[in-house]
Design a binder for this molecule. Structure first.
Ligand SMILES: C=C(O[C@@H]1C=C(C(=O)O)C=C[C@H]1O)C(=O)O
Ligand SMILES: NC(=O)CC[C@H](N)C(=O)O
Length: 758
């Protein structure tokens, strides 16, 4: 059976693929549906789009930022589309921005709402005088999510606009759906694809029926010749989401050794072992175990065999060398980085590449290392490290600079052979090596611990030495207020629905303190499921530019195995204080402000997964989680059947960074507004306005194919071996936010790490 082909026009929104998959899901054996997605600026001239029309039976114009009144600057080709008489018999469904553009083309006005609704669920009431087939089999009232700053007005005297549904709120009665009288054009102001909307699938089914009756079920019109099929294929490729590597590549050999031991369930055991191992180590530990996170701790132990990959985004170079190579000097690395051409020395390789090719080369590096074995363990060895915020999509690196010391790395990953894993639930410890035998020093530390297991008490000091003072440069309240107002302005104009506004703080200690010493105090003070310690002294004679990272993050970004992918966005924060109880926090976290904040990111995360994978489910809807200093609202979204897809977890990581909880929605425009304007001025004094390591992710891509990455928040990092520590903190601003409330929330989050210096 030939499919109905739908052209989906995306306006760089973060809910696009929720709609696309909803359409595809309505496919049946008798009436298959196929969607091709383009951007609203894929064609600059409507004539180009018209040439493609014979390939399709219907168009869906999706939601998005911007205002149709601003014309093609905001909505691209959509402006011309609704004006073109050649489309008057062509079935079109507009959603939110698409709906507003459709009504605007008929002479209605589009104006700002007085009270804006982002991520709010309302009853949609059908206009009982006009029940159109698009609402066939609907109840008179149903619930749907609204994400809009603007709305359609002055439509009543426009004959071509037939109102089909309304809602009512503080703004009065608002148009929620309409049909264009003489054309098969429909539109809805609400979001049928949101996970909180009812009967969304029905709307699509009914729209497909409209298409079916337009093509009169004549399947012949659906046949495409070879040439047209090629054109369709090329059009699909205009949005290029190519997989990073081919997971079917077979590994040549699969040497690894794993030995297991019974140990205590106490999560402090991880740190006890770390204290015993004198060599360098990276830690991804749980210092707070709960039902669904923090079950595992991982200690990764780099050795002379370990390969270090460092990407410098601003100069588009990646260095590759061995961990603490005796023959590698800092000077040599600096000269090689300054050389224009790629460098291939025996002990150092410098590749000229941008971030896109960095991701692809990671795939090349890993594809022959992946063994489909011991997949029940999260990690058996593999790439471990940090990806900064600027490694994500839509973010730019600072412009290239001249340098005399090592530039600031944007990604740093080490291929680890030897590691220790501890499962705090089952009380099992595993020593793993990707070489042919387990390292002696590690085994000795483990044996030691097993023998003195009765006393797990750590006795780590919860304060830093008192002979050191700290100079702390915090965000300025006035600048914050200005940035907050800018956020409100962008949201009121309809450019963004939620903006994660973050600030940077710098701490300069009067003398250098070992990162490990600070880590110990932070972990004692702020236990968290994703406690991280990374000290990258990978070049022996480099003591000034060592990247150090200490984290107590509550937030998992992404975890994957060969079948599934899980994302756990946190959105919604309540400070813990004397009178605050979990009951009270839950009440606050379920108010429209926090609910909307979480729902927007939940729908965005569904979109990030749906972009690559068809089988996505919301596993947990807005649960309240308790941490040392805050209560947080958390949702869990999971994708299934990865093994049936051409994508793997690393693709999901690449395409969904930066984490939606750190950007806001829609992701593309919000990231651009933050980087080019809002945070550029707010944070200009630190990192030149870049977020750097903060807001990025830390974790691993294991040689057994698994991966797990946490969000870099409630953390601190130093590019210069602890001379300066940088801390980021922020929170999502919505139209319901108050400046005082957000400032207070930002300070609360900042304090969770900054407290060690105070
Ligand atoms: C931005 C931060 O946190 C993010 C913002 C949150 C919020 O807005 O409620 C919650 C968790 C994080 O995703 C931070 O801790 O700095
Ligand atoms: N979700 C949307 O499509 C929003 C449309 C428009 N930018 C508004 O804010 O009203």
């Amino acid at each position: 059976m030939k499919p109905n082909r739908i052209l989906f026009i995306d306006s760089y929104d973060s809910f696009t693929y929720n709609v696309v998959r909803l359409i595809e899901e309505q496919s049946t054996i008798d009436r298959p549906v196929e969607v091709t997605t383009i951007h609203n600026d894929t064609f600059s001239d409507i004539e180009e789009l018209i040439k493609y029309l014979p390939l399709f039976e219907g168009i869906v114009v999706g939601p998005g930022p911007g205002n149709p009144v601003h014309g093609s600057k905001d909505i691209g080709i959509i402006e011309s589309l609704f004006k073109d008489p050649r489309l008057s018999n062509f079935p079109v469904l507009g959603i939110c921005l698409g709906f507003q553009a459709m009504c605007y083309s008929q002479g209605a006005s589009v104006e700002e709402l007085s009270i804006i609704k982002h991520g709010q669920v309302y009853p949609i009431n059908l206009n009982t005088k006009n029940i159109d087939p698009i609402f066939k089999d609907y109840p008179e009232s149903f619930k749907s999510t609204r994400y809009h700053s603007l709305h359609v007005t002055n439509f009543k005297d426009k004959k071509s606009i037939i109102p089909l549904a309304y809602t009512e709120d503080e703004n009065g009665i608002l148009l929620m759906a309409a049909k264009i009288n003489s054309n098969p054009w429909y539109g809805v102001q609400y979001h049928p694809e949101s996970c909180c909307s009812e009967f969304g699938a029905k709307l699509i089914q009914n729209f497909l029926n409209v298409i079916y009756s337009t093509t009169k079920g004549d399947r012949d019109t659906l046949e495409l010749g070879k040439e047209d099929l090629n054109r369709l294929f090329d059009l699909k490729k205009t949005i290029n989401i190519s997989p990073i590597y081919d997971p079917s590549t077979k590994k040549a050999s699969d040497t690894f050794v794993i030995e297991s031991f019974d140990v205590s369930n106490d999560p402090q055991l991880t740190f006890k072992i770390c204290d015993k191992i004198k060599e360098d180590k990276f830690i991804m530990a749980s210092s707070a175990v709960s039902a669904d996170r923090g079950e595992w701790s991982i200690i990764a132990i780099p050795s002379k065999d370990s390969t270090v990959l460092t990407h410098y985004g601003s100069i588009e170079k990646t260095t590759i060398h061995k961990w603490q190579d005796d023959n590698l000097q800092l000077k040599q690395v600096l000269i090689a980085l300054k050389t224009e051409n790629p460098v291939h020395y025996e002990n150092l390789e410098v590749v000229n590449e941008n971030k896109e090719s960095f991701w692809n080369n990671l795939g090349e590096f890993m594809k022959e290392k992946i063994v489909k074995k011991r997949e029940e363990l999260p990690f058996i060895g593999g790439l471990v490290g940090i990806l900064g915020y600027e490694m994500g999509s839509y973010v730019n690196f600072n412009s290239p600079t001249t340098f005399d010391t090592l530039p600031k790395p944007d990604a740093k990953l080490v291929y680890i052979e030897n590691s220790i894993l501890i499962n705090h639930k089952t009380g099992k410890l595993y020593v793993c090596s990707l070489c042919d035998k387990l390292p002696k020093n590690v085994m000795e530390a483990v044996y030691d611990i097993i023998h003195e297991e009765d006393d797990i008490q750590l006795n780590w000091e919860d304060i830093l030495p008192n002979n050191i003072s700290y100079d702390i440069v915090m965000p300025n309240k006035k600048d914050y207020a200005e940035a907050f107002d800018k956020c409100q302005e962008f949201m009121h104009k309809g450019d963004s629905y939620e903006i994660c506004l973050t600030t940077q703080t710098m701490v300069t200690p009067s003398q250098r303190l070992p990162a490990w010493r600070i880590f110990k105090t932070l972990v004692t003070r702020n236990p968290a499921p994703f406690s991280g310690f990374f000290y990258f002294n990978d070049i022996l004679d480099n003591s000034d530019d060592v990247l150090s990272f200490i984290s107590t993050s509550p937030e998992r970004f992404l975890k994957w195995d060969s079948q599934t992918c899980e994302l756990r966005p946190i959105k919604g924060t309540v400070k813990k204080s004397g009178e605050m109880t979990v009951e009270k926090a839950t009440e606050i976290l379920k108010t429209p402000k926090e609910f909307g904040e979480n729902l927007m990111i939940l729908d965005l995360i569904r979109n990030d997964l749906y972009e690559l994978l068809p089988d996505v489910k919301v596993e947990e809807f807005m649960s309240v989680e308790e941490y040392k200093t805050v209560y947080q609202l958390v949702s869990v979204v999971k994708a299934y059947n990865l093994n049936k897809s051409m994508y793997t977890g690393i693709d999901v990581l690449k395409y969904s960074l930066p984490p939606g909880s750190m950007t806001g929605a829609p992701k593309k425009i919000t990231v651009e507004l933050l980087q080019d304007d809002i945070e550029k001025t707010l944070n200009k004094h630190i990192n030149n306005g870049s977020r750097g390591i903060y807001s990025g992710v830390t974790g691993y891509w294991s040689a057994n194919g698994n991966g797990d990455w946490s969000v870099n928040i409630r953390c601190m990092y130093s590019y210069d071996n602890g001379d300066h520590w940088k801390l980021g903190a922020g929170g999502a601003i919505t139209v319901l936010s108050t400046q005082e409330g957000e400032l207070d929330e930002m300070y609360t989050k900042l304090e969770s790490a900054l407290q060690v210096f105070m």
